[in-house]
Design a protein. Structure first.
Length: 556
């Protein structure tokens, strides 16, 4: 990375760039015209180019108002001496031919005023006669009767499509009685027992009774202990006194806990009794339900047995009816088979008769086609003779027309004249001068410099961002007065309080008392752009790196 970084490159002036490109384009075009307008000398003539006979054209660039003088060329073509002499003879010949054509046209008027018929000559061939078409007999379009085609068969017995009645099939049987689908009512199931609070009141009553019996004794014991401690000379509030009272309190607590446990045991006993009663009631209800279920199952099994018997009788009846149906069906199939055999015999006889009639028809058709082929051959021979006669007559007419057109062709030939041979110039090598793209070169150079500047700025921003990111939100000493060996590296852009981009110089330096190299801005430069990013602690200016980096990113 090269230091220091330069300021961003200035973009090219579009008017100046356009003027340079226009001058380059015009210079290339003018140079090309001088290279490509080549003078030529050939055996039949020459061509020359010059710019002296015409004033140059002035072009003013609308962008830069710069005038340019552009030459205007004149091409002059000259025949060789022999070619010029031929040209002179041709001019005189054209005059002579024109005079001769005028004289011939007067004689041509007499020819055109005479009527013309190519067949006036008694020796001209006549047209072919058309009566030969009526001498050919008509074509044979029908032939003899070959007999009618057999389209039906002899009578035969009708096909048997049904058979005798075999009785109705049994589709149902007698009602076996309804199936029992529900049981008698056996009472509700007991789902809870005892009061809603699970005998809490009974438990409380037992505990209260025990506490009422125990509390007087506990009070007497507590009073006796205090008197005993006083008799022993143990003063109130002393450690021995407090230990004795604490021990008595523990005994009282143990007694109360025992009463509570006794109340819980009583509550559990009453709860168990209620649960046993509920379990007995549910067992009785289940026994009644099972008895009802057994009675329902016995009834349904009886109904099923009756149903099975009725179903067996129906199946037997249907089996007998099916056997009778199959017997009748077999008799019908036998009758149909016999009728089909008779039909096949009649069909074969009809096919044989039709095949014989078809053979007779084919023979008659062949004889008719032979007769028509002979007529067609006779027609072709007569048509050939007819065409030959008409072709001879047409050829005679064309000869007569050619004789009449000969004078017209002579006049046309006299008017055509002759042409002098024009010089034939060779193709010269056209010099193509590559046009220099000045505008593209300028813009590419600007783009390259701008890309280098952006890359360098990005590298510097990455370095600065890395340094500021390490510092976090804490203020960092950046006063020029606490630094040494200061050298400017380049500039970055930083947003001021109005978010306007301002240049912020970046330096390499070392802190006084240290040789470690550092990179960053000076607090004094940051303060001129964004005073809120600088604070003073102990007489030294500090910067807030995160705020400075945020201002840099705003315009990045």
């Amino acid at each position: 990375m090269a230091w220091p970084f330069p300021d961003p490159p200035q973009p090219p002036n579009p008017i100046l760039t356009s003027g340079l490109q226009t001058a380059q384009n015009i210079g290339t075009a003018v140079t090309g015209s001088y290279l490509n307008n080549v003078n030529q000398n050939t055996p039949t003539g020459s061509v020359s180019w010059d710019t002296t006979s015409r004033a140059p054209y002035t072009y003013v660039d609308p962008a830069t108002q710069v005038p340019y003088s552009i030459p205007q060329w004149t091409a002059t073509q000259t025949l060789s001496p022999s070619g010029q002499q031929i040209q002179n003879y041709n001019d005189q010949t054209s005059i002579n031919l024109a005079q001769q054509g005028q004289q011939s046209s007067q004689r041509l008027g007499d020819l055109l005023n005479t009527s013309f018929n190519p067949y006036d000559d008694p020796g001209s061939p006549g047209a072919a006669p058309m009566d030969w078409l009526h001498q050919i007999p008509p074509a044979q379009r029908t032939f003899g009767d070959v007999g009618g085609q057999q389209r039906s068969l002899g009578g035969y017995a009708g096909q048997q499509t049904g058979f005798g009645d075999v009785g109705n099939q049994q589709y149902g049987f007698a009602d076996a009685g309804p199936v029992q689908r529900e049981l008698g009512y056996t009472g509700d199931i007991t789902r809870s027992y005892g009061p809603a609070d699970n005998f809490s009141a009974d438990r409380q009553r037992v505990e209260n009774a025990l506490f009422q019996r125990m509390d007087p004794q506990l009070q007497q014991d507590r009073q006796r202990l205090r008197q005993q401690l006083a008799d022993q000379g143990i003063q109130y509030g002393s450690k021995a006194y407090n230990d004795a009272i604490a021990n008595a309190d523990r005994q009282t607590t143990d007694a109360r806990l025992a009463v509570t446990a006794q109340g819980g045991a009583e509550q559990q006993r009453m709860n168990d009794m209620a649960a046993q009663r509920a379990g007995f009631e549910n067992a009785a209800q289940r026994q009644a339900f099972e008895q009802e279920a057994q009675r329902g199952q016995f009834k349904n099994q009886t109904e099923q047995q009756v149903f099975n018997q009725l179903q067996a009788r129906g199946v037997f009846a249907n089996t007998a009816q099916e056997a009778a149906f199959k017997q009748a069906q077999a008799r019908g199939a036998f009758a149909n088979q016999a009728q089909m055999e008779q039909f096949q015999k009649d069909l074969q006889a009809g096919n044989f008769a039709n095949e014989a009639q078809k053979n007779a028809f084919t023979q008659e058709a062949t004889r008719g086609q032979f007769s028509n082929a002979a007529l067609a051959q006779t027609l072709a021979l007569n048509k050939t003779a007819f065409d030959a006669q008409n072709a001879l007559r047409g050829q005679y007419a064309q000869e007569q027309y050619a004789l009449r057109a000969q004078p017209l062709n002579e006049i046309t030939a006299l008017q055509s004249g002759s042409q002098v041979q024009q010089p034939s110039f060779v193709g010269t090598n056209q010099q193509q001068i590559a046009n220099t793209d000045i505008a593209g070169i300028i813009n590419n150079n600007f783009s390259q410099n701008l890309d280098i500047y952006k890359q360098n700025s990005s590298n510097l921003n990455n370095i600065i961002g890395g340094l500021f990111g390490v510092a976090g939100n804490a203020a960092r000493a950046s006063d020029r007065r606490v630094k040494k060996n200061i050298a400017k590296l380049g500039n970055v852009y930083m947003a001021d309080r109005h978010d306007a981009p301002k240049k912020l110089p970046i330096y390499s330096y070392e802190y006084k008392g240290s040789d470690a190299p550092q990179i960053g801005p000076m607090a004094q430069d940051v303060e001129r752009i964004d005073p809120q990013a600088v604070t003073t602690m102990g007489g030294v200016k500090h910067i807030y790196p995160r705020r400075v980096m945020g201002d840099i990113l705003k315009v990045a």
